[in-house]
Design a protein around this ligand. Structure first.
Ligand code: NDP
Length: 476
C-alpha cells in the first residue's frame, strides 16, 4: 500500500481529521463501518488531497504503507475494542494503532499491553478542539512508545494547531499517559467553565447587569491576562439574542448542565491518587446539582436565604474584584490539575513534562489561553516545581488579587449567591498555605476511637494514647 496514514471511523471527528491529514499532503486511507460515510467523504472532499477509500477493513489495511499507521476515531468504549479486534489480525509487527477517541486511560493501559504483546504499537492519543479543531488543527496528546512517536510524531505535529510556529503536539509519555493528560485537560475545562459561570452570576446578581453588559465585560477581560477561548466564546454567547423571544439567549436555556463523563473520571482519579482537585470536583458536582431536579424542586421557595438586597456601591471596583477572584481561582484549578498529572506520572512511571503539556494546550484545544505560556515558563524554571501557586510569577499574580478574592467570596456568601468553585479555591489556597491545620485534631480523634496512632511535632516516632485507660502515651 501507499497511504501514509489511515483513519477508520468517519463521523464528525474522524472525517475532519482525515481531511486535515489529506490537506497536509499525506496520502490518507479512509474507512468506516458503514461505507456510506467513506463514500460521502471522498465525494465531498476528494479534491482536498489524496484519499484512498476502502469498504472493507482488509482493503483499508492493504492500502497502507508499512509500518502502517491506523487512526481509530470511533465511539469510545466497546466500539473501540471491536475495531481493534477486527484490525489486529490484519496487521504486522511494528504497525502502529492510534486510538484518537476519548478513551478512559485504564482502557488505554490495557490495550497497550495487549497490542505490545503482539508486536504492535498502541498509541492512545488525546485530541482536543472538537469538530473544528480536528479539521483546522487540534491539540494532540499522544501516549505510547518513543519508537512509535518517532515515525508517527511528525505526521501528528504537522496537522496539529501551531502557536508561534510551535506544534500543539508532543509525546506525552508511555502507556496511557496521553489519554490521562486529555482527561485532566477536560477536568480543568470543567473548572474553567464553572468559574466563568460563577463570575457571570456574580455580575448579574451583584450589579443587576444585563447579559449584553456582562458580555461586554467578558470581551474586555479577553484583552488581558484572562484572554482565552472560553472567555471569548462566553462574551459571544452573552451577546447572542434569541431569535424566538428577542431576549438574551442565555435566559432561555434550561439551567441543567450535562456531562459526558470525563470530569467524573478526573475526580474519581483525584480521589484514587489522593490529590485535592477541589476546583474540578466542585465544578463537576455543580453540574450534578444543577441537574438534580427533585432536590431543586423541593428547595426552591422552601429554604430561606435570610439575606439583604445586594447593593454594590462601586460598579467598576466590583467588576475588577470579580476579575481578580476569577483569575486567582483559575490559577488554583490549574495548579491542582498539574498536581494530579505529577502524581499520576509518579504512580504510573510516565515521566510527564508538565511544561510541555501547558505548551501543547496553548492552541487547538478548549482551554487554550494566554496564561498557559506562564505555566510553561514556571515548569521551565523548575521542572519538579511542587506547587504551581508557589512559582514566583503565580505567587505574585495571585497575591495581587487575594483581597479581592476574599471580598467576592464573602459577599457571595452574605448575599446567598452560590460560588462553589470560587469559594473552594480560596479555601484550598488558605489550606495549602496554612502553617498549621486542624488535621492534628483529626489524628487525635482517629487515635481515640480507632487506635490509628499519630506522630508528634516534637519527638520522632509513632504513638498511641491509652484513651480508655490511664491516658498514658506509648510508642506504637
Ligand atoms: P461518535 O462518537 O458519534 O462515533 C461514531 C463513529 O463510531 C461512527 O464512525 C460509527 O460508525 C463508529 N462506530 C460506532 N460503533 C462502532 C462499532 N461497534 N464498530 C465500528 N465502528 C463503530 O463520533 P465522533 O466523531 O463524535 O467522535 C469520535 C471519537 O472522538 C469519540 O471517541 C469521541 O469521544 C472522540 N472525541 C469527540 C470530540 C467531539 O467534539 N465530538 C472531541 C474529541 C474527541 P457507523 O457510521 O458505521 O455507525
Amino acid at each position: 500500500g501507499t497511504a501514509e496514514i489511515g483513519v477508520t471511523g468517519l463521523a464528525v471527528m474522524g472525517r475532519n481529521l482525515a481531511r486535515n491529514f489529506a490537506r497536509h499532503g499525506f496520502v490518507t486511507a479512509v474507512h468506516n463501518r458503514s461505507a456510506a460515510k467513506m463514500h460521502s467523504l471522498v465525494a465531498d472532499h476528494g479534491d482536498e488531497g489524496t484519499f484512498i477509500g476502502s469498504e472493507s477493513m482488509a482493503d483499508f489495511v492493504a492500502s497502507l504503507a508499512r509500518p502502517r499507521k491506523v487512526v481509530i476515531m470511533v465511539k469510545a468504549g466497546a466500539p473501540t475494542d471491536a475495531v481493534i479486534d477486527e484490525l489486529v489480525p490484519l496487521l504486522e509487527e511494528g504497525d502502529i494503532v492510534i486510538d484518537a477517541g476519548n478513551a478512559h486511560f485504564p482502557d488505554t493501559i490495557r490495550r497497550e499491553k495487549d497490542l505490545s504483546a503482539r508486536g504492535l504499537h498502541f498509541v492512545g492519543t488525546g485530541v482536543s478542539g472538537g469538530e473544528e479543531g480536528a479539521l483546522l488543527g487540534p491539540s494532540i496528546m499522544p501516549g505510547g512508545t518513543t519508537e512509535a512517536y518517532a515515525s508517527l510524531g511528525p505526521i501528528l505535529e504537522a496537522i496539529s494547531a501551531k502557536v508561534d510556529g510551535v506544534p500543539c503536539c508532543t509525546h506525552v509519555g508511555p502507556g496511557g499517559a496521553g489519554h490521562f493528560v486529555k482527561m485532566v485537560h477536560n477536568g480543568i475545562e470543567y473548572a474553567d467553565m464553572q468559574l466563568i459561570a460563577e463570575a457571570y452570576d456574580l455580575l448579574r446578581q451583584g450589579l443587576g447587569a444585563s447579559a449584553q453588559e456582562i458580555g461586554d465585560v467578558f470581551a474586555e477581560w479577553n484583552t488581558g491576562d484572562l484572554e482565552s477561548f472560553l472567555i471569548e466564546i462566553t462574551a459571544d454567547v452573552l451577546h447572542h439574542t434569541d431569535a424566538r423571544t428577542g431576549g438574551a439567549f442565555v435566559d432561555v436555556i434550561a439551567d441543567a448542565a450535562e456531562q459526558k463523563g470525563t470530569g467524573r473520571w478526573t475526580v474519581q482519579n483525584g480521589l484514587d491518587l489522593g490529590v485535592p482537585i477541589t476546583g474540578i470536583a466542585e465544578a463537576t458536582f455543580a453540574r450534578a446539582l444543577s441537574g438534580g431536579a427533585p432536590q431543586r424542586a423541593a428547595a426552591v421557595g422552601t429554604l430561606p436565604a435570610d439575606t439583604q438586597p445586594w447593593e454594590v456601591p462601586d460598579r467598576d471596583a466590583f467588576v475588577d474584584d470579580v476579575r481578580k477572584a476569577l483569575y486567582a481561582s483559575k490559577v488554583v484549578a490549574y495548579s491542582q490539575g498539574f498536581d494530579q498529572i505529577a502524581a499520576a506520572s509518579a504512580e504510573y512511571g510516565w515521566d510527564i513534562d508538565r511544561g510541555a503539556m501547558a505548551r501543547i494546550w496553548r492552541g487547538g484545544c478548549i482551554i487554550r489561553a494566554r496564561f498557559l505560556n506562564r505555566i510553561t515558563e514556571a515548569y521551565e524554571r523548575d521542572r519538579g516545581l511542587p506547587l504551581l501557586l508557589a512559582d514566583p510569577y503565580f505567587t505574585a499574580a495571585v497575591a495581587d488579587g487575594v483581597a479581592a478574592w476574599r471580598r467576592i467570596v464573602a459577599a457571595a456568601a452574605l448575599h446567598g449567591v452560590p460560588t462553589p468553585a470560587f469559594a473552594s479555591s480560596l479555601a484550598y489556597y488558605d489550606g495549602v498555605r496554612a502553617e498549621r491545620l486542624p488535621a492534628a485534631l483529626i489524628q487525635a480523634q482517629r487515635d481515640f476511637f480507632g487506635a490509628h496512632t499519630y506522630r508528634r511535632v516534637d519527638v520522632e516516632g509513632t504513638f498511641h494514647t491509652d484513651w480508655s485507660g490511664d491516658r498514658s502515651e506509648q510508642p506504637a
